[in-house]
Ligand binder design. Structure first.
Ligand code: HEM
Length: 568
C-alpha cells in the first residue's frame, strides 16, 4: 500500500473517531499522524518481512535462498568483482528455470530472465506491457537524459517512428566516410605514440571513447569535438568525469538509484558529478539554439530556412530534429531535442567504445583470429583507400567476429523492466512492482543455448555453415543474442555501431599488429616487457583483466595493448 492510500485511510479513521467524539478536536492532527505512521510502518514491515516469504505468488520460483534478512542478495551484487558474476552463478545453479527469483534491497523481488522464450516474451511479444523501473530511469536518466531511452508506451512508438529516418540504412550508409576519417585519426594518434615509445602498451578504451565521441559529435551535432586531438576537449573530459567517478561517487549513484539523495549530498565527488552533468546539458542547449538560428535565421518558419540545410544528405541528427520536426503535431521542443541528443551522445559512444575494447582484447588473446581477419580485409579490400559501405558489409568473417565479441562481452549488462499492470509472463502471474532483469550475458554464456563451449571465443559459430555439437547445422534463435536487445525497443543505433566498429577495425588491422600489453592480473606491462603467461585457453574470456562493478562492462584498470606498425 502506498503512502497516499495510508494517508486516505488514516484520514477516514480520524474522521470516524472524531465523529464519535472520542478525542478532543485539538488532538485530531496528532491522532492523524499517529494513525498514519503506525499504518505505514505496518505495511512497510509486512512488505519486507512477510509478503516475499509467505504471500507472494512468486515465492515458489527457483532461486537462491541465502539472502540477508533485509538486503536480500544486494550485498553480493555490491561486493562482486564484475556486473555479471552473481547472475552467472544463478544461471549455472538453476539451469532449467526460465525465471530465477532473488531478493534485492528491502526484499523486493527480482526475476532473472534465463531462457530464450522468456526473453522473447519480455522484449517482443509483451514489450509494451512492461516499463523501465523508476530507479533505473533515475540512474540512467541522469547520464543519458530522457529522450527515446526513457520514453514509454505510445510516446515511445511515436518517437521511434520519428527517428526511424535518420537511422535507416540509406542514411547510415552516408556516414561511412565520417567513420573512416575518424578511424584514420585514431590510427594516426596510435602511430605517433608507437613512434615515440615503440614497445610501450597503450590503453585502448580511452582512445576508443574519444574516437566514438568524435564520431557521434559530428553525426549527432554536426560539430567537430576533436576529443582525440585535443587533450582539454570539453565533452570528452565531462563524460570522463561522469562515467569514471571515484568510489564515493559510485556509491552515491548506487544509493541515489533507490533513494533520491543526489541533491542533498554536499560531497565533492557528488558536486563534481552534478557540475559535469549540468555542463553537458548547457553546452548541448547552446548548440541547439545556435543551430536553430543558423537554420531559421532570426525569424522562425520554414520559408526562412537557409538553403544549405535543406540539401539531401547534409543533415546531422540535430539539424534533422530542428528542420524536419519544427512544426505540426509532432513538433519537438528544445527539451525533447536535448533529451534525444543526450541519448545519442551517451548511449552512442560509451557502449561502442566498450565493445571495441573487448573486441581488441579478444584479438590479442587469439592471434590466429586476428591474422585471419587481416587476411580477409586484404582479400576483400585489396586497395589502400578507405573502405566503402559495400566493402564493409561484405566482410563476413569480421561480421562473425563482431557478433562473437558482442556475445562474449556484451557491453550492456542491465536491461530491467517492470510490469505496468499485473500480467502473466512465462506462465507466471507477475505482480506490479516486480523487476524483471534481462542481463544479455546470462543468455550469451548459457551452455544450454550456445553449447558446452559457450565460454570460448569462437566467431565461426555464427557462420551459416557451422555444424554444432549434434552434427546439425546451427540455427540460432535471434533472441539468443541480446547485446542490442530485440523487439520494438531494439537499439536504434545498432547499424551505426556495427559499421563504425568495422571501419575502426579495418583501419587498425591494416596498420598494426596488436599484442597483449597487460600482465596476469590486467596490469600494464612495462615498456619492453613481454607477457609470459599460461596461454589463452586457461585464462578465460577476460585473460586476467579485472572488471569494474558498473552498469556496462568496463575494465577496472583499462585494457593495455602493444601495437606494432605493419609494413605498408
Ligand atoms: C556496441 C554498441 C551499442 C550497444 C551494445 C547498444 C546496446 C543497446 C541496448 C541493449 C539497448 C536497449 C536498452 C533497453 O531497452 O533497456 C539500446 C538502446 C538504445 N541505443 Fe544502443 N547500443 C549501442 C550503440 C548505440 C549507438 C551508436 C546509438 C546512437 C547513435 C545508440 C542509441 C540507443 C538508443 C537511443 C536506445 C533506446 C532505444 C529505444 O528504447 O527505442 N546505441 N542500446
Amino acid at each position: 500500500m502506498s503512502w497516499q492510500r495510508c494517508a486516505i485511510l488514516s484520514l477516514l479513521e480520524t474522521a470516524a473517531i472524531q465523529h464519535r467524539k472520542i478525542v478532543y478536536p485539538s488532538n485530531i492532527f496528532i491522532l492523524f499522524i499517529l494513525l498514519f505512521l503506525s499504518q505505514y510502518l505496518a505495511v512497510f514491515l509486512y512488505n519486507i518481512f512477510i509478503y516475499p516469504f509467505y504471500s507472494s505468488p512468486l515465492r515458489h520460483l527457483p532461486g537462491p535462498k541465502d539472502g540477508n534478512f533485509f538486503f536480500g542478495q544486494t550485498l553480493k551484487f555490491l561486493k562482486a568483482e564484475g556486473p555479471n558474476d552473481v547472475v552467472l552463478t544463478y544461471m549455472r545453479q538453476f539451469p532449467d528455470a526460465p525465471l530465477i527469483r532473488y531478493l534485492h534491497l528491502g526484499n523486493t523481488e527480482w526475476l532473472l530472465v534465463n531462457s530464450v522464450r522468456a526473453c522473447k516474451e519480455l522484449v517482443q511479444t509483451k514489450c509494451y506491457s512492461f516499463e523501465k523501473p523508476e530507479y533505473f530511469r533515475r540512474i540512467v536518466g541522469e547520464i543519458v537524459g530522457i529522450g527515446l531511452v526513457n520514453a514509454e508506451g505510445e510516446e515511445h512508438r511515436r518517437q521511434r517512428k520519428l527517428l526511424a529516418g535518420p537511422f535507416s540504412v540509406s542514411n547510415i550508409k552516408k556516414l561511412v566516410p565520417l567513420f573512416n576519417d575518424k578511424s584514420r585519426d585514431l590510427s594516426r594518434r596510435i602511430e605517433e605514440q608507437v613512434q615515440e615509445h615503440p614497445n610501450a602498451p597503450i590503453e585502448v578504451n580511452q582512445n576508443f571513447a574519444k574516437t566514438t565521441l568524435d564520431i557521434i559529435g559530428t553525426a549527432a551535432l554536426g560539430v567537430e569535438l576533436c576529443s582525440l586531438s585535443t587533450s582539454g576537449s570539453t565533452f570528452s573530459n565531462l563524460y570522463a568525469q561522469i562515467l569514471d567517478q571515484p568510489p564515493i561517487g559510485q556509491l552515491i549513484s548506487a544509493i541515489n538509484m533507490f533513494v533520491p539523495i543526489r541533491n542533498w549530498v554536499p560531497l565533492k565527488a557528488n558536486r563534481d558529478f552534478q557540475r559535469a552533468n549540468g555542463e553537458v546539458r548547457r553546452l548541448l542547449r547552446e548548440t541547439i539554439r545556435k543551430r536553430k538560428k543558423a537554420i531559421f535565421g532570426e525569424r522562425k518558419g520554414k520559408t526562412e530556412v537557409r538553403k544549405e540545410f535543406t540539401e539531401e544528405g547534409s543533415k546531422d541528427l540535430l539539424t534533422f530534429m530542428i528542420y524536419e520536426k519544427s512544426e505540426g503535431a509532432n513538433k519537438w521542443s528544445e527539451d525533447d531535442i536535448l533529451g534525444h541528443l543526450l541519448n545519442f551522445m551517451a548511449a552512442g559512444h560509451e557502449t561502442t567504445a566498450g565493445a571495441l575494447t573487448w573486441l581488441i582484447l579478444a584479438l590479442c588473446l587469439h592471434p590466429n583470429i586476428q591474422s585471419r581477419l587481416r587476411e580477409e580485409v586484404k582479400a576483400q579490400i585489396p586497395h589502400s583507400n578507405p573502405p566503402s559501405f559495400t566493402e564493409l558489409e561484405n566482410l563476413s568473417y569480421m561480421n562473425n567476429v563482431l557478433k562473437e565479441a558482442l556475445r562474449c562481452y556484451s557491453p550492456s549488462t542491465l536491461i530491467p523492466r517492470t510490469p505496468s499492470h499485473t500480467i502473466t509472463f512465462c506462465d507466471t502471474v507477475i505482480p506490479v512492482g516486480t523487476t524483471i532483469l534481462l542481463n544479455p550475458s546470462v543468455l550469451h554464456l548459457n551452455p544450454d543455448i550456445w553449447g558446452s563451449d559457450a565460454e570460448s571465443f569462437n566467431p565461426d559459430r555464427h557462420a551459416s555453415e557451422y555444424i554444432n555439437e549434434n552434427e546439425q547445422k546451427s540455427i540460432r534463435d535471434p533472441f539468443a543474442l541480446e547485446a542490442f536487445s530485440n523487439g520494438p525497443r531494439i537499439c536504434i543505433g545498432r547499424m551505426f555501431a556495427m559499421l563504425e566498429m568495422k571501419s575502426v577495425l579495418v583501419e587498425l588491422l591494416r596498420k598494426f599488429e596488436m599484442k597483449r600489453g597487460w600482465g596476469k592480473n590486467g596490469e600494464r606491462l612495462r615498456e619492453g616487457e613481454e607477457y609470459e603467461g599460461v596461454g589463452d585457453e586457461d585464462e578465460g574470456l577476460m585473460g586476467g583483466v579485472k572488471l569494474q562493478n558498473f552498469i556496462t562492462l568496463r575494465s577496472k584498470d583499462g585494457v593495455w595493448v602493444k601495437f606494432r606498425i605493419l609494413e605498408a
